[in-house]
Each structure stands twice: as C-alpha cells, then as structure tokens.
Design a protein around this ligand. Sequence first.
Ligand code: G
Ligand code: G
Ligand code: MN
Ligand code: NA
Length: 254
Amino acid sequence: LVLLEGLRNALDDGQFRLVYQPKVDLHTGRVFGVEALVRWDHPEHGVIGPDRFIPLAEESGMIVALGEWVLRTACVQNRAWQDAGLPPLCISVNVSPRQFEEARLVERVQQALADSGLAPEWLELEVTEGVIMRDLQQAVAKMAQVRAMGVSLSIDDFGTGYSSLSALKSFPISTLKIDKSFVRDLGRSSGDEAIASSIIGLAHRLRLRVIAEGVETEQQRSFLRENGCDEMQGYLFSRPLPPAQLAALLNAPA
Ligand code: G
Ligand code: G
Ligand code: MN
Ligand code: NA
C-alpha cells in the first residue's frame, strides 16, 4: 500500500531509471541487443526491483504511464548510442498484458520512434504468454500491427504460461525466450534439458530464433550452444548495466 502511493509520484519525480542487459549471439559471441529493465530508486527504501512494483502498476493502471516512459526512454537511449557511434543494437522493452491491450499502444510505439528518431528495426517488444491468453484473436491482430510498423516481437518467459502450441504458429513473432527456470538446472536436470532442447527445436521448426535467459554458468552456455540455441542473456556475460557502463563494455577492445 505504501509502495502504491509512492508509485503515483515516482514517475513525476524521476525516481525510475533503466538498466540494460546485453544479449549475445551464441555462435559469434557478439552483443547484438540489450533488454531494458526498469529500476525504482525509492527515496526511503532504496532500489526496488520490478517484481515488487510492476504488479502494483498493472493493478492500478499506472502501468500505462510507466510503460510509456520506459518505451520512450529506451528509444531515446538507443538512438543516443547510435549517434555516439556504438555498433547498432536492438533494444528490447517488456510490455505487460494491460499495457499491450491498451487501445493506443500502437500509436504510442509509433510516437516513441518518431520522437526519438530511432528506426523501427532497432526496437523489439517482449510480451508474455499472459498477453495472448486473454483474447487470442485480438492479441494476434495487435501483434500484426506492431510487426507492420517494422518493430519485432518476442515471447518472454516461454514455457511458463499456458498458451497453446497451436496458437504459437499464428503469432507474428521473431523470437522465443526460454524462461530462466528451465536454464538454471541445465547440466543437472535431464527434465529441464529435455524442455530446453524441445523449445529450441520447436522454435526452429517454426522458423523462429530462440534465446535463453538467466545463463549463469559455462556449463549452461555449452549445453545451449551444443543444442543449437541462437542467443543468450545472463550474468555469465553481464548483469543489467546503467547506460554509461553498457557503452563502456561495448567500446572495450575485445
Ligand atoms: O529486472 P528484473 O531484473 O528484476 O526483472 C524482473 C521482472 O520485471 C521481469 O519479469 C521483467 O520482465 C519485468 N520487468 C522489468 N522491467 C520491466 C518493464 O519496464 N516493464 C514491464 N512490464 N516489466 C518489466
Ligand atoms: O523480462 P524477464 O522476465 O525476462 O526479465 C529478466 C529477469 O531475469 C530480470 O529480472 C533480470 O534481472 C533477470 N536475470 C538476468 N540475468 C540473470 C541471470 O543470469 N540469473 C538470474 N537468476 N536472473 C537473471
Ligand atoms: Mn523480458
Ligand atoms: Na523472462
């Protein structure tokens, strides 16, 4: 309750900021993108993670304004990196179900691109299976509008929701993101290994790319690479970083 009240003012007070976690091509080792992740610098409680306030923001409807801030900030940042001469990156922004369903989402994305000067090919939206479960036909139509703009879509936390496999084939997405709960025990759990390799196979049969999140160990990376996973994200390569540190990492000689 205390957090919810603070949430209303936090946006105006500039208490939110974004950190960026690199996404790495498993074959070339190259950083091709980053995921934007929001943090709340609370004046009394210190740094608060999104797991604690995104659900509150969803329930209260605040997610629309917060989500728009995240989207606009991420686009402006990505354009600034490009202008500074960094190799171009695709920036991924998480969009929660209520935000995705909002009538003006497409318009807001278009406006964020126009105002920042970022080309649409450098933006991706990550949506969860929750988006799809609520109203499949409407979700597919909305996704098609996003794709028509030239913005990419991926399914986040794949395998943890209840979207049917038959629905998956109708989504205009480019990437499946294997949830970190299936990555954690790679090398230790044959069940998780079966799930991870099945998702990789499924993605490829559907002509999608596949990324694993939460990669923390060399063993997990080896398993993923040997099983044909395309991309990875996780502490093994880098934690989510503030903008200056991300730029420094990418500018560092290999
Ligand atoms: O950032 P962390 O590292 O703690 O993320 C925790 C959860 O919060 C993840 O599921 C992530 O998708 C979600 N999250 C992080 N940033 C955002 C955001 O800007 N918008 C939405 N909707 N979810 C976010
Ligand atoms: O949006 P999504 O649920 O995919 O958000 C990614 C979440 O995973 C964020 O909370 C991010 O901080 C977290 N994360 C990123 N890399 C790792 C990792 O290597 N290990 C763990 N445990 N969490 C990670
Ligand atoms: Mn995500
Ligand atoms: Na996830």
